[in-house]
Each structure stands twice: as C-alpha cells, then as structure tokens.
Design a protein around this ligand. Sequence first.
Ligand SMILES: Cc1cc2nc3c(=O)[nH]c(=O)nc-3n(C[C@H](O)[C@H](O)[C@H](O)COP(=O)(O)OP(=O)(O)OC[C@H]3O[C@@H](n4cnc5c(N)ncnc54)[C@H](O)[C@@H]3O)c2cc1C
Length: 648
Amino acid sequence: MTSNVSEQFHATGADIHDTRAPSGPIERRWDDHKFNTLLVNPANRRKLSVIVVGTGLAGASAAATLGEAGYKVKSFCYQDSPRRAHSIAAQGGINAAKNYRNDGDSIYRLFYDTVKGGDFRARESNVYRLAQVSVNIIDQCVAQGVPFAREYGGLLDNRSFGGVQVSRTFYARGQTGQQLLIGAYQALERQIAAGTVEMNTRHEMLELIMVDDKARGVIVRDMVSGEIQTHTADAVVLATGGYGNVFFLSTNAMGCNVTATWRAHRKGAYFANPCYTQIHPTCIPVSGDYQSKLTLMSESLRNDGRIWVPKVGGDDRLPSDIPEDERDYYLERIYPAFGNLVPRDIASRAAKYQCDDGRGVGPGGLGVYLDFADAISRLGRAEVEAKYGNLFDMYAQITGENPYEQPMRIYPAVHYTMGGLWVDYDLQSNLTGLFVAGEANFSEHGANRLGASALMQGLADGYFVLPYTLANYLADGPYEKVDDDHPEVVAARQAVEDRIAKFLAINGNRTVDSFHKELGQIMWDYCGMERTEEGLTKAIGLIRDLKDEFWSNVKVAGVNEELNQTLERAGRVADFFELGELMCIDALNRRESCGGHFRAESQTEDGEALRNDDDFAYVSAWEFGDEPTLHKEPLDYEYVEMKSRSYK
Ligand SMILES: Cc1cc2nc3c(=O)[nH]c(=O)nc-3n(C[C@H](O)[C@H](O)[C@H](O)COP(=O)(O)OP(=O)(O)OC[C@H]3O[C@@H](n4cnc5c(N)ncnc54)[C@H](O)[C@@H]3O)c2cc1C
C-alpha cells in the first residue's frame, strides 16, 4: 500500500485483538462462552455495585436486569425521566429471526444479512450472537406486554426492512421504540421501587473516574442545581447512545451527544470506526436556514412506497401530472432484486445522484418522491392508514402536504452512528471495568447498520449479554472502596470544575449553536454522504480553526449553580469538535468505500462502492492523544465469504 496522506495527522500503533473472542463452531460460541464465564452467587451480588449511564433501550434493559439479579445499580440520564431517552423516537421496528412468515428466515440468515449489510466490517462472532438472542428479545418483550402488531391469526406480524429479502421486522405501528422503551422502563421502575436501582435523572456524566487502571466511577453535574457529584462503583456501563448530532442537523433527539464516550476516550478508551455514519434515505428534506432538527420517515414506508423522480431534470409539474412513462423508479430500475428495499447507504447515495443530476424535486431540488398511490389503490386507504397512519400524520403536520393525496418528498439525513467505543466480545472496552452497550459501542453493524437492527442490538446488550459478561468481571470483586478524597477522584472532579469555569470565563461574541451549526455544515459537506481526500484534508483544517475560535470567542451566559442549557451545550459542542476532527482523520485513513463511508476515489465504473479488503479489512481503534494513534483490529471471515455486495 502506498503511503497514506492521513498519516500527517496521526500515528500508527500496534494491532489489537479481541482477547475475549471465542472460537469453535459459530453456533456454539456464545453458549460455550456463557458456560465458561464466572458466576456470582445471589448473596454476593448485593455487595457489588454498577453504574449504568443511559436509560435508552440499552441502558434501561441493562440496569433493570442487573437490578433484578440483585446487584446495586446506580442509573443516570440527562432527561427528566428515563422514559425520554432517544430510543423512544424509533419508529419502524426490531428484527428477530423467528421465521414466523415461513419465508426462509433463520438465525444464520439474519447473521449472514447483517455481516453482508455491514459490508464485511463487523465481527462474525458478535453478529452471530446478536442473531441468536434476537429471538429471546421478542419473547421477553411480549411477556412484558409490548403491544406488537399482530396479523389476523393472532401471530405477531412482520414487515421487511432494507437489505433483506425476508420479513423479520416486528413492530408496534410507527412507535416501536416507544413501546419497547415502556417495557424496559417499567422493568426499571420495578427495580427502582424494589431499591436495587437508584435513579438519577437530570444528571449529566462529565468525567470517568479511573483508579489503578480500572473504571471506578463517574463525575456528574446535577443539571438543575449545578452541583458536581462523585459516584463510585465496582464497574461502569456506558449506554449513552450515538453521536450523529456532530452534524448539527440529524434525525437524532436534540440532546444526543458524545460527551460520555468522548470523556472515556480521553481517559484511554479506544474509539472505533468513528467515520462510519449512517445517512438515512427517508427523511423530510431540510426546509430552511433556521431548522435545528430533521425528521425521519420510517424505512418501513419503503415496504409500500415507491421512490421516483421525473425522468427529465427541471420538470416542475405536479407529481400527479407526470405520466408513468416519464417517471424514473430508479431503485427498482438499478436494483431489481431488492428494489425500494436496498440498504440505506445505497438508497441514500442513489437519491443524492438523482438530485446532483438535477432531477430532484421540491425546494432547491433536494428531494425525491416516496409515492403511496399504488399501495392505496392495491390495499385501500384504510389499510395503509392502519400500518403507517401516525407517520403520515407527522408528515402532514410538518410539511402541510397530504401524503394520501400526493407523494411524500424525502431526502437523506444523518441518522445513526456505527462507530463508538471499542469493545471486546464481552462488551468491555480496553479500559478494565468499563463496559459499553447499545449505539455507544462500535460492534455488530460494521460499516452500515441494517434497518431495525439497532433496537435489537441495544436490547441484546442489556437484557442478554451484559448480565453474563459483567458478572464474569464482577466475580473478582468487590474491589477496594474508592473514597471521595482519592487523588484520582479529586483530579477528575477538579477537571470538570475547571472546564466549567473556563466556559463561563470566555465571554465571547458567538453563540454555542452558531459554532455547532458551522461545524455540522463542515461535517456534512466533507464527511457526509461522499468523502474525498481533498475535502477531508480541508475539513480538518477548518475544524481546527473553528475550534480555536470557539475556545476564545464563545459566549456562555449565566452561572453554573442553576439550570443552564447554554453551559450544557457548550460542553457537548466542545467534545463534538474533537470527535469531528477524528471522524475526518478516520475517513481520510480509510481509502476505500464501504457501507456508510463512500470515498469518491474508490468506486466502480458504474458508481458503486469499491471496498479494499486487502488493505482495510480491519476495525480502526483510535487512542486519544495530541496526535491520535491508530490501532488496527484485523477482521477474519470464516463463515461468510467476503465478496462485493450486490443488491441488483
Ligand atoms: C428517528 C429515529 C428512528 C429510529 N428508528 C429505529 C427503528 O425503527 N429500529 C431500530 O432498530 N433503530 C431505530 N433507530 C435507531 C435507534 O433508535 C437507536 O440506535 C437506539 O434507540 C439507541 O439506543 P441506546 O439505548 O443505545 O441510546 P439512547 O436511546 O440514545 O439513550 C441514551 C441514554 O444515555 C443518556 N446519556 C447520554 N449521555 C449522557 C451523559 N453524558 N450523562 C448522563 N446520561 C447520558 C441519555 O439520557 C439517554 O438516557 C432510530 C433512530 C432515530 C433517530
């Protein structure tokens, strides 16, 4: 491989390996691993404590399960209720290999689809385990009373999501995340009432405490009073979600941020594959300069909606006036095998190309149609309404257009981040005692997550994986008590207080949001749907300059000792600057196209992504430093043959 221009921005360290990865026949690995993990007897569990940061599906399921098992759990979230975690926004569904439809699904097929969908950049063992426990998740949630949709015979209903040819997605109308979260939340509340879980809402983790090379606690800020608190435990779990809001505009909840995982990264936890961002094809297009949030139209809509643009650019007739033979159903044309249900990365880029070619629709030409006319005439309006009614209502409220009468307009938007803290098979980071679950870790989805697989992963981690792997770690505890005056605790606390004081002292002229917005535009322009060496190099310079200006010219009004949302945002945006720079360095290093990472220099003659398995079949795990250090974890495929993805 010739030298890489990214090397001017980083060092390269030794390769790393997942030392907890099991071997043997893939279908036995998880069971054998569980059998070989240490157990903690019930009487000893109450002597062991765990901090779980995050109450989304991953964190709530972990905290509830650990509490039920008898451990002493402290749970944290920044919202006023655990139930407001971003997971509540998930609409479309959750995958599981139940094969209720008898359409050829199996654990192996879900495993295969996920490895392929992730463009061969995920670990086989982890993905197989995910597919295995997917079936338990559905049973658990049904037992909790989650109201999954059912078909006429009473069996749970399924629909399809992108990148697969079977129907394995379980759903509760367009509110799957909300219903699943209510299930996890009620399990959590039960433990709160039982006294096994202590809940701390409106507390933001701002630092990780490391003592004797082990994660032993967190420093949090009470967001109402500003009080800085120390919490210690035998182990720490971060289930703090994804970092898509580095782009400013995304479909994520406004509060989503990277601070918890970034603070851990600064303390030594490796950050893996930061450049893998999922751009979702089915979002309501940006409507103006003053917008601060984008809205997803669930992928489930692609089951019945047909995507098209006018064949000729500049055609500004109403969609209903454009005859069939003057429309280009481009996904059905280019990818006949998967049609409108190609994976998200492929559907997003295809939409971008239509718009780049001047065939986009709506204001600014940044939109394509998602049309339900055929579905309505085939199924009737009532059935379409029953399946997607709340999504249609949401669209109508936001755009003022009636999607039953005219096609929706959609455009890709930032949606999910496959990167996150590096973890081993046990979900433990390279920092002993620090475990990471859900979207906050990097595992399972490779370079592209398939639709409806994030909820599956979050609940797999929390309900079924951590309870074993964390027990294996805790079996060696309890660890020596850490006092508040331990030098590491004092230093961590001081670092938080100093940083807050620094923000408040700058007293500059620009708002936090104006910096965030400018950073987001840089990320979107140069590290978004298409990346180039020139663009990424430029972006790193722009981010560094903007970061310098931020630290000298940001205006953070108010004081620490009260509710201060500007102060909260300043801390998050400061971390986004550092993350954004690392994302660009990671994207610059990866001179191949795979999944959500498309390098314009690396494409086939017909514009498809060109992977480079010889040089880049590895996980990039970044170590923090003035100059970040890249550690490569080589990826091996024993069961699924590495080949070019084709959905044609
Ligand atoms: C609009 C939308 C629709 C989606 N639909 C689907 C779908 O249909 N199917 C699917 O599989 N996936 C879907 N996804 C993805 C999925 O919702 C998320 O990946 C998943 O819910 C993440 O869950 P989580 O538990 O990891 O994190 P989150 O739900 O994001 O929870 C993070 C938690 O961490 C807490 N937290 C974060 N930082 C701190 C801190 N510093 N201190 C204290 N607490 C902190 C927060 O308070 C919160 O409780 C969708 C995503 C979006 C944006």
